[in-house]
Design a binder for this molecule. Structure first.
Ligand code: PEP
Ligand code: MN
Length: 337
């Protein structure tokens, strides 16, 4: 249910509406637009049917939300959300690119790659310290030591860092060392994990599960917002189809569809979706052309020896060249890089 307040509603009336919602055992979530204040009502809404909220002074109308997701929807907030990651704004006019290795491997490689992606034009550093590997015998990441390295390189380069959280027990470490928490494709429907990151105010990068519909993807984001964390950026990273020439199939449709349905920013991962470095640049360019708010790209200075995802990693020079093209496409669309 969404409650639209009258433009002239006073602060006292507004507080009274919130009180009434809470008294019914429901949770109010407020969206303040330039002209109107909207209150999203979370919880079992049956109570609202017998309590006519329209009668409360200051309330203009009460509308049912027909879509299953509420807070992530455009009905709740018409304007685009901009998520601020330590000064880097995602979802605004500027396209934002996050780049770095699949996994943090050792201090020197991370320092070198950090400098190289920054020189190429990246605004954020990526790198996994906890890796969700398909096989238990593959490199699982450096863990806490990896987080500390990311934190150090982030301080040295000035690039905010995004890295994946696999286990709620590591959340305190992420609060300390990380600027943006990534929830990976394999955990998109780990609802307990979503609720826990929802209880923080850390920006979250939520990647689409490779078998998830767009509706399921938005409902996963809804879990985070419903706990109070609105700093969510979505990431399309390819879905499973019958095609085997690429690792996954990048669903470019998801960009305009999500732009229509939701106010949350959406970025694209052309690395995991294609699985082949040679396809990364064309798909990255296509994503920006289709309206994505940014990219997350795997870059490695020696992909041959990478401990994870070498075949899909761009070398720094190729990454810098891609950034030039991305800048040109962004400008055609009235955006910047
Ligand atoms: C990653 O970004 O390192 C990763 C594992 O991505 P995904 O969850 O999309 O597979
Ligand atoms: Mn990877």
């Amino acid at each position: 249910m969404i409650i639209v307040l009258k433009p002239e509603t006073t602060k006292k009336q507004f507080e009274h509406v919130l009180e009434r919602i809470r008294a019914l055992g429901l949770k109010p979530m407020v969206s303040k637009g330039t002209e109107r204040t909207i209150i999203g009502v979370i919880g079992p809404e049956d109570a609202l049917r017998v309590q006519p909220l329209e009668a409360i002074p200051g309330v203009e109308k009460v509308m049912p939300v027909l879509k299953p997701y509420k807070l992530v929807g455009r009905e709740f907030q018409a304007h685009d959300s901009v998520v601020d990651v330590k000064g880097v704004k995602i979802g605004g006019k500027a396209v934002v690119v996050m780049a770095g290795p699949c996994s943090v491997e050792d201090p020197k490689m991370l320092v070198d790659i950090g400098k190289q992606v920054k020189a190429g034009g990246a605004q954020m550093l990526r790198g996994g310290a906890f890796k969700p590997r398909t096989s238990p015998y593959s490199f699982q990441g450096m863990g806490e030591a990896g987080l500390k390295l990311l934190h150090q390189v982030s301080r040295d380069t000035g690039l905010p860092v995004v890295t994946e959280l696999l286990d709620v027990r590591d959340l305190p470490l992420f609060e300390k060392y990380v600027d943006m928490i990534q929830i990976g494709a394999r955990n998109m429907q780990n609802f307990e994990l979503l609720k826990e990151v929802g209880l923080t105010q850390k920006p979250v990068l939520l990647k689409r599960g490779f078998s998830a519909t767009i509706s399921e993807f938005l409902l996963a984001a809804e879990y985070i917002l419903s706990e109070g964390n609105f700093n969510v950026v979505l990431c399309e990273r390819g879905i499973r189809t019958f095609e085997t020439m690429t690792r996954f199939t990048l669903d470019l449709n998801a960009i305009p569809v999500i732009k229509r349905l939701s106010h949350l920013p959406i970025i694209v991962d052309p690395s995991h979706s294609s699985g082949v470095w040679d396809y990364v640049a064309p798909m990255a360019r296509a994503a920006i052309a289709a309206g994505a708010d940014g990219l997350i790209v795997e870059v490695h200075n020696n992909p041959e020896v990478a401990r994870c995802d070498g075949p899909q990693s761009l070398k720094p020079k190729k990454f810098a060249a891609l950034m030039k093209d991305v800048g040109k496409i962004a400008r055609v669309l009235g955006r910047t890089l």
